[in-house]
Design a protein around this ligand. Structure first.
Ligand code: BTN
Length: 322
């Protein structure tokens, strides 16, 4: 059995009961030593799973969906970021609450998490519908300078895709700059806002909206999708949050260390934009059509026009044409 098959089997065994499963029993079913079982359990935790251990009784998988408990499960999981969740049942937009906290000097790693938003914001001034059952949160970051800042939005998309993949084994794709798609339907969106004064970054607000168990409004049913729809299961949201935060922590560290090449390389592996014919709407109001050829080192999109010329789109929105 390879590690992935073992992990799958381990998840299967732990999910089949609400009770503890002794380490010795896991060891004998999986044909492993107890220390190897322990290592496998650590692997599960790194993927976002919440596994409780008891010295005599063994291991137990926790299924937690109650977002008001999130803080208990994200404290101390980051190596670079010190996560702390500020949970609200209901709000206008988590971006606004996070902004207020950031202005008051809240530390990097603070997260505003809401069960429901009534004035959720999307990119380019659009609204974001955020009903109960989804994962809607804003993370406050305080990078020291503006270097690599444009890549932050790619980092967030990458963290969502990798987080979902490592927890649920579901492979999703990245549409430039940072929509998360499954079969061309939108699963998650990312909004990066912030305050920069004289080249000094005061704070960055990284907003992530992920459709999990929420009902989608009828008008979005064909173009959006939820994790529940993809997996045909109700998905406990705290492990999903943990898994995404673990990846954000990892990639943010990569970014702060200036390893931009690694981020771009990873991003391209999950890209569903490169190679496609696209129409781009730039923030300055231009419309450009051509083949999405590559991502530049600053995260902008390189489009090859019909006449062979290349246009670089720094910010904006695109539509996949085929
Ligand atoms: C987009 O794709 O247009 C971006 C959507 C971003 C939605 C998230 S949900 C959490 C945070 N709070 C908001 O009001 N918006 C972002």
């Amino acid at each position: 059995m390879d590690t992935d098959t073992r992990l799958k089997k381990l998840i299967e065994i732990l999910s089949s009961t609400n009770d503890y499963v002794p380490g010795s029993k896991l060891a004998s079913i999986l044909g492993l030593s107890k220390p190897m079982v322990h290592r496998l359990i650590e692997d599960l935790r790194k993927r976002g799973f919440i596994v409780e251990s008891h010295p005599r009784r063994g291991y137990r998988l926790l299924v937690v969906d109650d977002l008001s408990l999130a803080d208990n499960y994200v404290r101390g999981i980051g190596r670079r970021l010190e996560f702390k969740v500020y949970y609200v049942e209901n709000c206008g937009s988590t971006q606004d609450l996070a902004e207020a906290l950031a202005e008051q000097g809240v530390h990097e790693g603070a997260i505003v998490l809401a069960e429901e938003m009534i004035k959720g914001r999307g990119r380019m001034g659009r609204q974001w519908i955020a009903r109960r059952g989804g994962l809607w949160f804003t993370l406050v970051l305080r990078p020291r300078n503006t270097r690599g800042l444009q890549l932050l939005s790619l980092v967030a998309g990458l963290a969502v895709v990798r987080g979902i993949e490592s927890l649920l084994g579901v492979r999703t794709g990245l549409k430039w700059p940072n929509d998360v798609l499954y079969n061309e339907r939108k699963l998650a969106g990312i909004l990066v806002e912030g305050k920069v004064e004289a080249d000094v970054v005061k704070y960055v607000l990284l907003g992530i909206g992920l459709n999990v168990n929420n009902e989608l409004p009828v008008e979005l049913k064909d173009t959006a999708i939820t994790l529940k729809e993809i997996t045909s299961k109700l998905i406990p949201r705290i492990p999903v949050l943990r898994s995404i935060l673990l990846r954000i922590d990892e990639y943010y560290d990569t970014l702060v260390r200036g390893q931009y090449g690694r981020i771009l390389e990873e991003w391209k592996k999950y890209s569903v934009t490169i190679g496609k014919r696209v129409r781009a709407y730039t923030v300055s109001g231009d419309v450009v059509e051509g083949i999405a050829e590559d991502i530049a080192s600053d995260g902008s999109l390189i489009i090859r026009l019909g006449n062979g010329k290349r246009v670089i789109v720094y910010a904006g929105d695109i539509v996949h044409l085929r």
